[in-house]
Design a binder for this molecule. Structure first.
Ligand SMILES: Nc1ncnc2c1ncn2[C@@H]1O[C@H](COP(=O)(O)OP(=O)(O)OP(=O)(O)O)[C@@H](O)[C@H]1O
Ligand SMILES: [Mg+2]
Length: 253
């Protein structure tokens, strides 16, 4: 199946008195790498959860082809979710499982592969991520970077049509961070998937994105290719290009 076009229109979301998203509209480019950027607390993770059907927006629509996640029945939302690979910012591993069991969990959960296939798949992804030989280890003693890579492998194991990565490289050292970025692009080229990445890393964003969307004060400031960002005179865009992002602490390299 070709990657679906995803159209987001006038999405709002409040928590109590606080309206985090005030009318977000954007078109995610199918089969391309779409970055979402913005200051810390602007609602990027909330938007990711809406795009993946975990939260319903208060108003607005999120169309995957004909299906609107905002109003679709739960079963229809679940059908679309089976086509997604997810790496959430706060996504935890199962500490009681091995590395391999964590990676192949979505295959098992959705009944998509036999144990032998699942193992081969997980081992292949782990070795691409520099973690060959980790398959049968427990995860509880692993480093943050290793855990991040396991979560990444878990997101890719289902051969998703749409992949969501919420800050996949935060907390990794510069070398690993570059490797993970390359893997994301590599995975996208191989699969033709639609990739959505939330990132605070401007160099990676400008270097890898087909489209960048900047969220500020609950709305989209600009959505377009890196060239459009470089040409923009918007002060909020300029602040990002100059690396003045007050979000997650960046690694000095
Ligand atoms: N489930 C929730 N209940 C209440 N408030 C929430 C919930 N989820 C998010 N928020 C609030 O929504 C706002 C946006 O949060 P969000 O996590 O989307 O920010 P972000 O842009 O991802 O920031 P960061 O770059 O630091 O990850 C924050 O004020 C947060 O406290
Ligand atoms: Mg976030």
């Amino acid at each position: 199946m070709p990657a679906p076009a995803i159209k987001v229109r006038e999405v709002t979301k409040s928590f109590g008195q606080d309206q985090v998203l005030k009318g977000v509209s954007l078109d995610l480019l199918p089969g391309r790498v779409n970055f979402v950027i913005g200051r810390s607390g602007e609602g990027k993770s909330v938007l990711m959860k809406i795009l993946t059907g975990l939260y319903r927006p208060d108003s607005g629509s999120v169309h995957y082809g004909q299906v609107d996640l905002a109003t679709a029945r739960r079963r229809e939302v679940d059908r679309i979710r089976r086509r997604m690979g997810l790496l959430f910012q706060d996504g935890a591993l199962f500490d009681s499982m091995t590395v391999g069991q964590n990676v192949s969990f979505p295959l098992w959960f959705h009944g998509l592969a036999k144990p032998r296939e699942a193992r081969a798949k997980a081992e292949g992804l782990l070795s691409e991520l520099g973690m060959g030989g980790f398959h049968d280890l427990g995860v509880s003693l692993l480093s943050a970077g290793e855990r991040k890579r396991i979560a990444l492998a878990r997101a890719l194991v289902v051969d998703p049509e749409v992949v969501f990565f919420d800050e996949p490289t935060t907390g990794l050292d510069p070398l690993l961070s570059t490797q993970v970025d390359e893997l994301i692009v590599h995975a996208q080229r191989l699969s033709g998937a639609t990739v959505v990445v939330v990132s605070h890393d401007m160099a990676a964003t400008l270097g890898l994105a087909d489209q960048i969307t900047l969220i500020h004060l609950g709305r989209v400031v600009l959505s377009g290719p890196p060239s459009e960002f470089r040409a923009s005179r918007d002060p909020e865009v300029a602040r990002f290009l100059l690396g003045g992002d007050a979000g997650e602490p960046a690694f000095a390299d």
